[in-house]
Structure formats: structure tokens, C-alpha cells
Design a protein around this ligand. Structure first.
Ligand SMILES: [Zn+2]
Ligand SMILES: [Zn+2]
Length: 168
């Protein structure tokens, strides 16, 4: 079969094109700056670098960094931002991925410490600066509770534990 350059270009366009095109034109839902994709570890998110400093997570991406021991989250805590930029936190925010879909504001967890914007269509999440830190802190408090439970059970089994442990 003959493969003309035209066909190759077309295939490449289909495979590669739309995703890149969409990424490039994503606008910040809070301040309308262009979003920049940022890769930390295995995770790629879109950040409002040099704008308001917010972060866009595609569906499920946030669950990869919401626990304090997920190191990728550390790199996302301080996105370079423009301190002079005024952000209207009260305005309606459209999903940066879905056209004309207004995001819904709701509490991230039962602890009700932070409200996040979620798109009802694609389930992506927008975080304003500082919100990821609070979410990760909530995660660590959850971890504390797990640790407390482990310590409790640890006490119950300490006798066996000490016996099993080789002496120095
Ligand atoms: Zn922004
Ligand atoms: Zn969406």
C-alpha cells in the first residue's frame, strides 16, 4: 500500500492534534489567563502560572495528590502567581474544558474545611491557591486517625511484637 505524505500528516493530526489543541487554549476559570500544563512525577495538571496560581485537575487526578505522602502534591503547593492580580472569587466559573458548563462549588470532604469547584460534566476540579494545602492537611489528619487506631491495636499486640523482634 502506498502511503502518501498527505495521509501521514492526516493520521498524525487525528492522533495528536485535538488533545494538544485543547490543552493550549484552556483558560483559567478564575482569572482568564492561559493555563500551562505542568508535569510532576506521573501527573500532568494545568496551572495558572503567572496568573492567579490556581490548578486544574482532570477527573481523578486530584486523588493522586490529596494525601500528604504523595510527593507530587508538594510541587503543586506553590504555583508562581501574580500577586497584583485581583480575582473575583464570587463570580460564576465555567469549566476550562467543557464549553458553557458552569462549575459547582462544594465541600471537598466531610470535614468541610475547603470548598472546591467541580465540573458536573467532566468531573474535573479547580483549586484556588492554598486549597490543595488544606486538602492535604485534611488527608494528614485522616492519617493521624489511622495511626491512632494502629497504635491502639499495636498496644494490644505489643507482647507478641516484642517477642518476635530480634534483640540488638
Ligand atoms: Zn487564574
Ligand atoms: Zn468540564
Amino acid at each position: 500500500m502506498k502511503c502518501s505524505p498527505g495521509n501521514a500528516a492526516l493520521l498524525e493530526g487525528v492522533y495528536n492534534g485535538p488533545a494538544k489543541w485543547q490543552k493550549g487554549r484552556m483558560k483559567c476559570p478564575a482569572c482568564d489567563s492561559n493555563l500551562h500544563s505542568m508535569t510532576v512525577g506521573k501527573l500532568t495538571v494545568d496551572v495558572c502560572k503567572g496568573g492567579c496560581g490556581g490548578i486544574w485537575f482532570d477527573n481523578f487526578e486530584l486523588t493522586k495528590v490529596d494525601e500528604p505522602d504523595e510527593f507530587e502534591g508538594e510541587a503543586l503547593l506553590h504555583i508562581e502567581r501574580d500577586d497584583h492580580l485581583l480575582v473575583d472569587y464570587e463570580r460564576r466559573r465555567n469549566c476550562p474544558k467543557c464549553e458553557n458548563i458552569v462549575m459547582m462549588r462544594h465541600y471537598y470532604s466531610e470535614r468541610r474545611q475547603v470548598e472546591v469547584d467541580t465540573c458536573p460534566n467532566c468531573a474535573g476540579v479547580w483549586l484556588d491557591p492554598g486549597e490543595l494545602a488544606i486538602i492535604r492537611k485534611e488527608g494528614s489528619e485522616g492519617a493521624d486517625r489511622q495511626l491512632a487506631a494502629r497504635n491502639y491495636f499495636g498496644r494490644l499486640f505489643r507482647q507478641d511484637f516484642l517477642k518476635a523482634r530480634p534483640r540488638p
